[in-house]
Design a protein around this ligand. Structure first.
Ligand code: ATP
Ligand code: MG
Length: 562
């Protein structure tokens, strides 16, 4: 992977401190971590935090990180998601090498472990239905009640569990439960279900199984099978840790990974749960999982985020033990900082207004030299065609501007970026609507390159393109998908009520410099004065890019919120 991830001098986070301590004590010479997505949706920016943590630790401490699909729920999981998740992890710059696993790889082992639990009198087949089980479970204040099936004999349990496996029972009639403690103050320890009957086809094991293991049981034992050293998960699993440890202790497994919890990423102006992202997709509030407004990894990619910018963002927010909220501006800044360095500068007009330079020869075309990056001469230069008719930004002209308007107005002189000074003489209007159709200017040939030999100054510099050479294209401007900081704040209001109705604005008639016809999908540029843009991965065709605005040049929300 490239080395552009920010290596700052911050102290090690608490998880990396544990990894170092384990290395120093000789407990684990090298860490083995895993990223365990459930293939029931696309990855989002929260997953990126977990990916950067798990793969990052492996990279930094000479260890390995496994990609393990946690595929224990056949009804919600699909191969499409497996493919998308792999692509996203690789795109972020990480490599699992040989270490690609599926929880379903362990279905046989997990079954054997369950039989072992029964034999050790630590599991039983329970015939309570879901509702009865809820009633027996108790509450945080009240202890639970033991199931009437709790004290079945080992033989009877083995027989019933085999019958479950053989498909002799209907869904919901029996489950296998761990036999722990119905009075435990931790509800997760009140005889949790470890196997349920599901007559569903699995994306990898087909119809081999009609019983499927539950997450908590599967997770610790999958970690154990892979000899994971540090099993990193988000804080909501803290209360599950005693159960994680219980399974491994009772089964006396050769390895016992250590579960460590960290605070999940919460970002304002978005929702982060896959279930909610799925709703946005299925109800067509967005155009798919990779819609550039979605904070999925594929959406961010299509929006023009770079892998380095996402890694830098994750490094900057760090790893902590307390829940916190990160401002969307921090993410936007991360991509701005990266693109500032790598994006070539180009000229493009989003809302074109025609300028005629009346003293410029009709048939002449000049090549104007323009730098590709103001601070980086290594990025070279290109030539921009200049001719009598140009387009400028409509917002760069006012017929009768106030004093502080440093752009073009009648009688005012401005610099055309890299080219000449021009002075506006008159306008041509639509007689009916009064709309300005053309601005007529004269240019000063002595100001070639943008400087006047007599030393006179102009206050404004505006961008432009030559009308007859310009490439017409569509540019899409994006705003945040939600109009409020926390779309989930009010439980009585559907989060979709807070969608920002103006999150997508398509401008079909933009005029950009002709060199951009050669860009490839995914290429990024800075349209000077307008922001960073990338060539859309899906809707562009050869010679005809469609641009997505990745981010503006400044944080416009910071101002709006003041
Ligand atoms: P969601 O809650 O969005 O549906 P999930 O946790 O159910 O996500 P998984 O596929 O189970 O999704 O997650 C894979 C890994 O990513 C888990 O280890 C999980 O802890 C981690 N993860 C998920 N969301 C975040 C987040 N917001 N911040 C950090 N890590 C996360
Ligand atoms: Mg989950």
């Amino acid at each position: 992977m490239d080395n552009s991830t920010e290596k700052d001098e911050k102290p090690l986070d608490f998880i990396r401190q544990i990894v170092v301590a384990d290395q120093e004590s000789g407990k684990h010479a090298t860490p083995v971590t895993r990223f365990p997505p459930e293939p029931n949706g696309f990855l989002h920016i929260g997953h990126a935090k977990s990916i950067c943590l798990n793969f990052g630790i492996a990279d930094e401490f000479n260890g390995t990180c496994h990609l393990r699909f946690d595929d224990t729920n056949p009804t919600k999981e699909e191969d499409e998601y497996v493919r998308a998740i792999k692509e996203d992890v690789q795109w972020l710059g990480f490599d699992w090498g040989e270490n690609l696993f599926f929880s379903s790889d362990y279905f046989d082992k997990l079954y054997d472990f369950a039989v072992e639990l029964i034999k050790r009198e630590k599991a039983y087949v329970c015939g309570l239905n879901a509702e009865e089980m809820r009633q027996h479970r108790g509450t945080l204040k009240e202890p639970g009640k033991e199931s009437p099936y709790r004290n079945r004999s080992i033989e009877e349990n083995l027989e019933l569990f085999t019958a479950m496996k053989e498909g002799k029972f209907d869904e919901g009639t029996h489950v296998l439960r761990a036999k722990i403690d119905m009075a435990s103050p931790n509800l997760n320890m009140r005889d949790p279900v470890i196997y349920r009957i599901m007559k569903a086809t699995h994306h990898r094991t087909g119809d081999k199984w009609c019983i499927y293991p539950m997450y908590d049981y599967t997770h610790c034992l999958s970690d154990e099978q892979e000899v994971i050293t540090h099993s990193l998960c988000t804080l909501e699993f803290e209360d599950h840790r005693p159960l994680y440890d219980w399974f491994l202790d009772v089964l006396e497994t050769p390895s016992h990974p250590r579960q460590i919890e960290f605070a999940r990423l919460n970002l304002n102006y978005t929702v982060m749960s896959k279930r909610k992202l799925m709703q946005l997709v299925q109800e067509n509030h967005v155009q798919g999982w990779d819609d550039p407004r979605m904070l999925t990894v594929s959406g961010l990619r299509r929006r023009g985020y770079t892998p380095a910018s996402i890694r830098n963002f994750c490094a900057e927010i760090g790893i902590g033990k307390r829940e916190s909220w990160i401002d969307m501006g921090v993410l936007e800044n991360a991509v701005r900082n990266d693109l500032n360095i790598i994006a070539p500068r180009v000229l493009g007009v989003l809302d074109p207004l025609k300028v005629v330079i009346t003293n410029y020869p009709e048939d002449k075309t000049e090549d104007i030299k323009a730098k590709n990056h103001p601070q980086n001469p290594d990025m070279g230069s290109r030539s921009l065609p200049f001719s009598r008719e140009l387009y400028i930004e409509r917002t760069d002209f006012m017929e009768d501007p106030p004093k502080k308007f440093f752009r073009l107005g009648i009688g005012r002189e401005v610099r055309l970026r890299y080219a000449y000074f021009i002075t506006c003489e008159s306008v041509v209007k639509d007689e009916q609507t009064g709309e300005i159709l053309e601005v007529h200017c004269t240019y000063d040939p002595a100001t070639y390159g943008g400087n006047a030999p007599d030393g006179r100054k102009v206050k404004g510099t505006i961008h432009w393109v030559s009308a007859k050479h310009a490439l017409k294209c569509e540019i899409r401007l994006y705003d945040r998908l939600f109009a409020v900081e926390n779309p989930d704040a009010d439980k009585d209001v559907d989060f979709k009520e807070h969608l920002n109705p103006n999150s997508l604005q398509s401008l079909p008639n933009c005029m950009v410099e002709p060199s951009l016809a050669d860009l490839a999908p995914g290429d990024c540029v800075q349209f000077e004065r307008q922001g960073y843009f990338c060539v859309d991965l899906k809707d562009s065709s050869p010679g005809q890019p469609v641009f997505n605005r990745t981010v503006g040049l400044r944080d416009s929300w910071a101002k709006r919120n003041k």
